[in-house]
Every structure is written in C-alpha cells, then in structure tokens.
Unconditional design. Structure first.
Length: 216
C-alpha cells in the first residue's frame, strides 16, 4: 500500500509538471520565425547607358574643335579688316587747294569743246572736286571710274606694258576719259561727240599735270 500511495503521488507530481510546462509561454517559435524573415535587398544604382556616355564624350571632344574654328574665323576677319585698311586712301586737302582745283576744272570745261563734266576723285572712288554743266552723279561716276582705271592698269601689266595713261570709253553720243593725276588721285573728263578725241586727251593730260602741282 505504501508503494501504491507513493506511486500515485509521483504520478500526480509528474502530471503537475507536465501541465506547468504546457502553460509556459512559447518563446522559441517567435525567435525562429524572426530568423526566417528575409533580409531587405540592397538596391545598387544602375550605370548610365553606354550611348549617353558616348554622346557626352563626343561633346567634350567637339568643344576644342569649335573653339579652334571660331578662333580661325576671327583671325580671317581681322586679316580682311587689315586689307580694307590698306585700300583706304586718305586725301586730306585744304579748302584753298580744293577751290584752286575747281577753278582749274572750270577752265578746262570752258577751253575744251564739248566737255560738260570734269571730276577729281581718289583711286578708291571718293569725289574730291568737280565742275559739272549737267546734273550727273559725281559720286557714282567716281566709284565706277576708279575700278575702270584699276582694271586698265591690270590689263597693261598682264600685257607686259608699263603704265596705263588713259582709259577711254567711246560711247554712242559721247566719251569718258579717265587718267591719273598722281598716286592717289585721278581725273575723269566727260564730253560729247563734238569734242575731238586728240584735243580731249591732250587738254586732259595738261589739266592733270596742273592739278598734281596744286594737290600735293
């Protein structure tokens, strides 16, 4: 009987321990679940497309070329401006010189038959003095005859001849003769067909020589 009581007591204690263990909170399961959670994936930045990198490198390579081309264009513009400055003729004459020149031109138009216009101009086409019996554009004629005289001198050089003394335009009802006064001035004589060409050339040459003494 003693063993029976002792066995029953041990059985009760064992059952009490089992019930107590079953009532304890389960801690292991949440820990295991926490370990099973997946770790967050780190996102790495994607590299830029190769095409964009190539375009950027191409633009960087093009910059020095653009700068070089703009520099060459600027140098060409400066050289062109220098050439224009060399073609400019400075004809700075006093009022007395211009007045004496116009007086000499008026004498020429009176003494040479058929002459109705005489113009002094620079070789780059600017009018200095004139004596006109008709309403004609002295500035336009000065510009065109300067080119005409330069062309005549170029033809003389290419023809292995020395200097162009006269440029003569023989028109349907008149003549235009251009000749040099000095290195920077020229004289243009305008006449009708009534004038003798020989007299026009001779009188124009003597007038040009007189003007060269006045316009020094």
């Amino acid at each position: 009987m003693k063993f029976g009581k002792l066995g029953s007591l041990l059985g009760r204690k064992k059952n009490a321990d089992i019930s107590t263990a079953s009532n304890e909170p389960q801690v292991v399961a949440p820990a295991v679940e926490a370990q099973k959670k997946p770790e967050p994936i780190k996102q790495t930045p994607t590299p830029p497309p190769i095409a964009e990198e190539n375009e950027t490198m191409q633009l960087d390579q093009d910059k020095p070329i653009t700068d070089q081309s703009s520099l060459e264009a600027t140098e060409q513009e400066l050289s062109m401006e220098d050439d224009d400055d060399e073609r400019i003729v400075v004809a700075d004459f006093s009022k007395e010189q211009v007045a004496l020149s116009e007086q000499r031109l008026m004498e020429f138009t009176r003494n040479c038959a058929g002459v109705y216009g005489a113009i002094i101009s620079t070789v780059d086409g600017h009018s200095v003095a004139q004596a006109l019996k008709r309403d004609i554009p002295a500035n336009k004629i000065s510009t065109m005859t300067s080119s005409l005289l330069a062309l005549g001198e170029s033809i003389a050089r290419e023809s292995e001849q020395r200097f162009c003394q006269f440029v003569i335009l023989d028109n349907s009802n008149g003549r235009v003769v251009s000749l040099r006064i000095n290195d920077i001035l020229m004289l243009t004589c305008i006449s009708t067909k009534d004038s003798n060409l020989g007299m026009l050339l001779s009188s124009g040459r003597s007038t040009a020589d007189a003007l060269s003494e006045i316009l020094r």
